[in-house]
Design a protein. Structure first.
Ligand code: COA
Length: 388
């Protein structure tokens, strides 16, 4: 039985920072960000969006009534969850009006958890072929102001509907993975921002790639020539490019490098979305590359801390008929650019537990679901135009 990704939904918040503006404000040559990191813009959340509402919006973009009836597993993968006890999945279950007989859970392992969720969903569908599983990968990548990781921030969510006979890609069975105990990136419970040992995290990302990629090739007896494209976890687009260059070069495999550029087009405009970043790259590739039924795409997932996994998917027949490229491009093209002052003010705002109500239209947030505020220490979400 073929099991894989039937639909991909994407949602980015309506605000962004142009990295040329950020470079100018920080007294840095813009080419460091544009060429050195390979990033051009980063998405920023208004106060009315968080990891829960972003995820609900990404799912809302793809789900039909039929999907809602068939879903019996919901996994919310995030490292920017809103509560240490109540699962974001249960908020989302309510917002999406899913049926009650659904298993739901929130998962965390830095940028790896969405891949664990996808593999778990695949196993679930193997046992329950008439059902569907909804995997939501949603994050706000925030490192704070005036540090070297600042240009690699971002925000957004990916929704993956996993089913049998998938319309987009089939997930193959051969997967190679590893766990190591390293402190390359972490977010202490007392900290509002993630902490990162940037160059060490790059090193672990690349070392782990070589290890799981080689293990995958040995396990499958495949070679690099079996891939039409390779998508990598993309905290910023240059890291994946440099990592691909560890196994080949542009003269030997020009198509792999061309497809890598297409696979990072969305990431360069959204920034890092942590655990959804690999799947944003896959979406970017599917929407832009010239793929054929049966083409194999390699996927490299990396989550600091660290877990890495290399696996592959096979492109489905007529996959291009089931994408929403124009809608996704329209969403990114119609965001509001923040001045650096506005961005800094937004990033420094904190929720301290006192009751607060946000006005969705303050920052022209036009999303279907939004975070309405706090009342009596409870988080409240609402649907657009549902003001009280
Ligand atoms: N024009 C073009 N390129 C330039 C440049 C300029 N004027 N100035 C610098 N660069 C290049 C550098 O040569 C370097 O490229 P290289 O790595 O290919 O040599 C790149 O820009 C980055 O410069 P660097 O000095 O290494 O940046 P940094 O130390 O300020 O920080 C990160 C870079 C990625 C370490 C930092 O942004 C970070 O910590 N990000 C978050 C961590 C992360 O995403 N980790 C990934 C693994 S999950």
């Amino acid at each position: 039985m073929k099991i894989g990704i039937d639909k991909i939904g994407f949602f980015a918040p309506n605000l962004y920072v142009d990295l040329k503006d950020l470079a100018e404000a920080r007294g840095i040559d813009p080419n460091k960000f544009l060429i050195g990191l390979g990033q051009s813009e980063m998405a920023i959340c208004p106060e009315t969006q968080d990891s829960v509402s972003l995820a609900a919006n990404a799912a809302y973009n793809i789900l039909t009534e039929e999907d809602i009836n068939d879903i019996d597993l919901l996994i919310f993968a995030t490292e920017s969850g809103v509560d240490l006890s109540k699962s974001g999945a249960s908020f989302i279950h309510g917002l999406l009006n899913l049926k009650s007989n659904v298993r739901s859970i929130e998962m965390k392992h830095a940028c790896y958890s969405a891949t664990f969720a996808v593999q778990t969903a695949k196993a679930h569908i193997a046992l329950n072929p008439t059902k569907k599983a909804l995997v939501l990968a949603s994050d706000l990548a925030i490192y704070g102001l005036n540090n070297s990781a600042e240009p690699t921030q971002g925000a957004g969510a990916i929704a993956l509907l996993i089913s049998k006979n998938p319309k987009l890609v089939e997930i193959e069975d051969d997967s190679a993975f590893l766990t190591t105990d390293v402190l390359d990136f972490w977010k202490p419970i007392y900290s509002d921002v993630a902490l990162v040992d940037g160059h060490f995290s790059n090193q672990k990302y690349q070392e782990s790639f070589i290890e799981v990629y080689q293990a995958y090739l040995e396990k499958t007896n495949r070679t690099i020539n079996d891939f039409k494209a390779i998508c990598l976890h993309t905290p910023y687009s240059k890291i994946g490019y440099k990592t691909l260059k560890m196994i080949t070069n542009e003269d030997a495999h020009p198509e792999l490098f061309n497809n890598y550029q297409l696979a990072t087009t969305l990431n360069r405009r959204v920034g890092n979305i942590y655990t959804g970043a690999l799947y944003l790259s896959l979406l970017s590739l599917l929407e832009r590359a010239n793929l054929k039924y049966g083409d194999r795409i390699g996927l490299y997932s990396y989550g600091s801390g660290a877990v890495a996994e290399f696996f592959s998917v096979i492109v489905s027949k007529d996959y291009e008929k089931h994408l929403n490229k124009d809608k996704n491009d329209h969403m990114l093209n119609n965001r509001m650019k923040l001045s650096i002052k506005e961005y800094e003010e937004l990033l420094l705002k904190k929720i301290d537990g006192t009751d607060i109500t946000f006005n969705q239209m303050d920052k022209k947030d036009n999303a279907y679901f939004y975070f309405k505020g706090i009342s009596n220490h409870q988080r409240l979400y609402a649907k657009k135009h549902n003001f009280e």
